[in-house]
Design a protein. Structure first.
Length: 193
């Protein structure tokens, strides 16, 4: 599959996840707002219009634009999206996520998220705000107590992704857990309001 074909498939996936194929300036405004809300980063209106062919443009999108669009659709980044296109996980190349997903946007400050995966690996997280979490405890994983990181969602059956990890004075770009089997379960404990 060429990178152009992969991009077209990602745009089609985005249309399904948006439940919309943008075709007017107000549609592109809505798409921009939805991406910003879910991912915490935006794609410019002009870039969105070029991606969907509303405005003619011959160049390939920037890596930043590709990464943001991939994140909106549940991938870690563009490279992760490309790698997963090569893996035949089922007869259907894409699917909607079911009930086994929690979006950071659905949490309140102080809520706790407990995430489990194979071989007794787990972590207990406190939601801070703006997609940021603090590790309360961790078992058999590389994240440590008091690490603070960005995470947009957790989904049963998919890997656990943390990015922009702050550990004391150190910044670690990212962490992937449960790469083989995916997250097996999670629970939410709502904080006091």
């Amino acid at each position: 599959m060429t990178k152009e074909e992969a991009l077209q498939k990602l745009i089609e996936l985005t249309n399904r996840n948006l439940r919309l194929t943008p075709s007017t300036p107000s549609d592109f405004n809505d798409v921009s707002a939805k991406i910003l809300k879910k991912v915490g980063h935006s794609i410019s209106l002009s870039s969105l219009k070029r991606l969907w062919g509303y405005v003619e443009y011959k160049s390939f999108p920037s890596p930043n634009t590709l990464n943001i669009l991939a994140r909106y659709n549940g991938f870690y980044d563009w490279s992760d999206y490309l790698e997963r296109q090569e893996l035949p996980e089922s007869d259907e190349p894409s699917e909607f996520l079911g009930d086994g997903v929690v979006e950071a946007d659905s949490l309140e400050k102080g809520d706790e998220l407990l995430v489990y995966w194979e071989n007794d690996k787990s972590c207990e997280l406190e939601y801070l705000c703006n997609h940021r979490f603090r590790v309360i405890t961790s078992y058999n994983i590389k994240l440590l107590a008091d690490d603070v990181f960005t995470m947009h969602s957790v989904c049963v059956g998919l890997p656990f992704y943390a990015e922009a990890i702050r550990r004391a004075d150190t910044v670690i770009p990212g962490y992937v857990g449960a790469k083989g089997s995916g997250v097996s379960a999670f629970t939410i404990r709502h904080g006091k309001k």
